[in-house]
Design a protein around this ligand. Structure first.
Ligand SMILES: Cc1cc2nc3c(=O)[nH]c(=O)nc-3n(C[C@H](O)[C@H](O)[C@H](O)COP(=O)(O)OP(=O)(O)OC[C@H]3O[C@@H](n4cnc5c(N)ncnc54)[C@H](O)[C@@H]3O)c2cc1C
Length: 519
């Protein structure tokens, strides 16, 4: 008989560790005597990375699945609502900007509005023609009302959150409500059986933690998948150049300052600055390419951004924290009885905040496909590897799209980003096709694509790309009449939302005071 999987050991207690432990524990009733045994061990000396503050809408489902109250989460994690990303200065390096909102275009499943928007491009932006969300973000409005139940919404949203508080919040919830056993100790050695499976982990204080399946959530140190198993790391730096970040926190000056409804990404000489608005502070950082900028020059650019957006005093007094990374991922994520989730599996610049969603999806697949015994584990591992390597491929390609479309010519960084050898062939092919037809469902073949063709449309047309050919088949009069109605519906829904939604700040203040209606 093959050994049953009864006990899972999660190594690492950052966002990856606690999200994984929580989602697996909730699915497999770790808080019941008959449930799965879920143990999380984290170092008392190595803090979680403490960045990673923008989520996707998927986080609502993950929190709900773990039985977290949205009100408690928003209060404890200094969280606010995120409705997409606003990209500034990406096209020409000027004052221009465009939105990649979370809500897909109107009637996206039935009609490809992008084709019908092409003749209107001088009159209205693509995002404004097909969705109300860019305008809602422009006005710093919330995605819902205080009377909307927890996790429900008028318009799609994820969160901005304080990563440090998030890990602490999840830890408390996982331990007190979900039955996760928590060990604070340093992992020192990994013990294997004769086949090479991990049997147990030794810790500094002399513990031996046994398990049937081990999840490596030890961040960049990748203790199990990297240091122990030596699974090769595939660098993607020849495609995505950014390998450094400088991060700061900017405290709010007053408790009623507006809170942005989207992440702001402002292009710089050798990378871009992120700006994430939380109720009590902003998280700001510059991610750049060390091959194109010195650390000193990057710091000057970051301070200059802070001077413009937070004032001279903040710009001069802040002490940016530097993070170094090699953009890329492991050759495989699941090896023998060890699966890597989070930074241990890979990381690329946070341009579309794709790291936390990869953690959520990995934890979801792990818990839903949890192998009952060792003999079927390799089948699940193979499928897991196929799925997540595909996701990595797609993420890298989608991030590169932002650079390839830029017309900036003011530094080697932007010029190098458009050099043919740095662009994946599949992306070059797609761009050629999209010159003649607008992307739609057929362009992205999997049902669970991370970036749907709607995302491609927002970035392509936000960046001024033109699809000039006939495309589609909906050129008859009936389709035109229907499309006219869709554009009009969008315009009237936009007006309604602009009139009816509270500001992000107003809603957060009310949540802190009254809370949402529980569902
Ligand atoms: C600059 C930057 C910006 C980012 N922005 C975003 C964003 O906007 N959105 C997004 O989705 N993601 C973002 N990310 C990614 C995000 O921060 C991570 O994916 C997320 O925080 C998960 O990290 P982790 O849990 O894998 O690793 P970590 O947070 O580093 O946690 C590692 C854990 O391993 C433990 N550990 C290490 N060694 C040992 C040992 N010997 N024994 C026991 N325990 C050990 C540590 O104690 C810690 O608990 C960003 C990342 C960076 C670098």
């Amino acid at each position: 008989m093959s050994k049953a999987v009864n006990s899972i050991v999660v190594a690492g207690g950052g966002s990856a560790g606690w999200l994984t432990a929580g989602l697996v524990a909730a699915e497999h009733q770790a808080n019941q005597a008959s449930g799965l045994n879920v143990i999380l061990v984290e170092s008392p000396d190595v803090s979680p990375i403490g960045v990673g503050e923008g989520t996707w809408p998927t986080m609502r489902r993950s929190l709900q699945k773990m039985g977290v109250s949205e009100t408690d989460f928003l209060r404890a994690c200094d969280a606010s609502f995120k409705q997409g990303t606003c990209f500034s200065g990406w096209q020409h390096g000027a004052e221009e900007f465009y939105y990649h909102p979370f809500t897909p275009p109107q009637a996206f499943n039935e009609t490809n509005l992008a084709r019908f928007w092409q003749p209107l491009r001088e009159r209205v932006t693509f995002a404004d023609a097909v969705s109300p969300q860019a305008r809602v973000c422009e006005s710093a409005l919330a995605p819902k009302q205080i009377t909307t139940p927890e996790y429900a919404s008028n318009i799609n949203y994820g969160y901005h959150l304080d990563a440090g508080k998030f890990a602490q919040f999840l830890r408390k919830h996982c331990v007190e409500k979900l039955g996760v056993k928590h060990i604070l100790d340093n992992i020192t050695t990994v013990n294997t059986d004769t086949d090479g499976d991990i049997q147990s982990l030794n810790t500094q204080s002399g513990r031996r933690i046994e398990g049937d399946l081990f999840v490596d959530c030890t961040g960049f140190s990748a203790l199990l998948i990297g240091k122990h198993y030596d699974i090769p790391f595939i660098s993607k730096q020849h495609i995505l150049f950014n390998d450094r970040a400088l991060a700061v926190q900017v405290q709010r000056e007053s408790a009623d300052e507006a809170i942005a409804s989207s992440t702001h990404s402002t292009a710089q000489n050798a990378g871009w600055v992120w700006d994430i608005g939380l109720p009590a502070r902003r998280g700001v950082g510059y991610t750049y390419s060390s091959a194109h900028s010195s650390d000193e020059q990057a710091e000057i650019e970051l301070r200059s951004y802070l001077k413009r957006t937070a004032g001279v005093a903040v710009s001069e007094s802040c002490s940016p924290r530097q993070l170094k990374f090699n953009p890329g991922h492991r050759e495989k994520l699941w090896h023998r009885n060890c699966v890597a989730i989070g930074l241990s599996g890979g990381f690329v610049e946070p341009l579309e905040a794709s790291a936390l969603v990869m953690i959520e999806l990995s934890a979801k697949m792990l818990s839903e496909q949890l192998p009952a015994n060792r003999s079927i584990m390799d089948v699940v591992a193979k499928r897991f590897n196929e799925k997540f390597l595909y996701h990595w491929h797609r993420i890298i390609e989608f991030l590169k799209l932002h650079y390839v479309l830029s017309l900036r010519d003011d530094s080697d960084y932007w010029r190098d980003n458009r050099r043919e050898h740095s662009i994946p062939e599949s992306l070059r092919e797609s761009l050629e096709l999209w010159r003649y037809q607008c992307p739609w469902h057929m362009d992205l073949p999997h049902v669970d694509e991370l970036f749907s063709s709607a995302s491609y449309q927002y970035v392509l047309y936000g960046m001024g790309f033109k699809s000039e050919g006939p495309g589609g088949r909906q050129s008859d009069l009936v389709a035109r009449a229907r499309v006219e109605n869709l554009f009009n519906d969008n315009a009237s829904r936009t007006r309604q939302l602009l009139e009816g939604l509270p500001s992000n700040r107003e809603l957060i203040t009310k949540v802190h005071k009254f809370g949402f209606q529980k569902i």
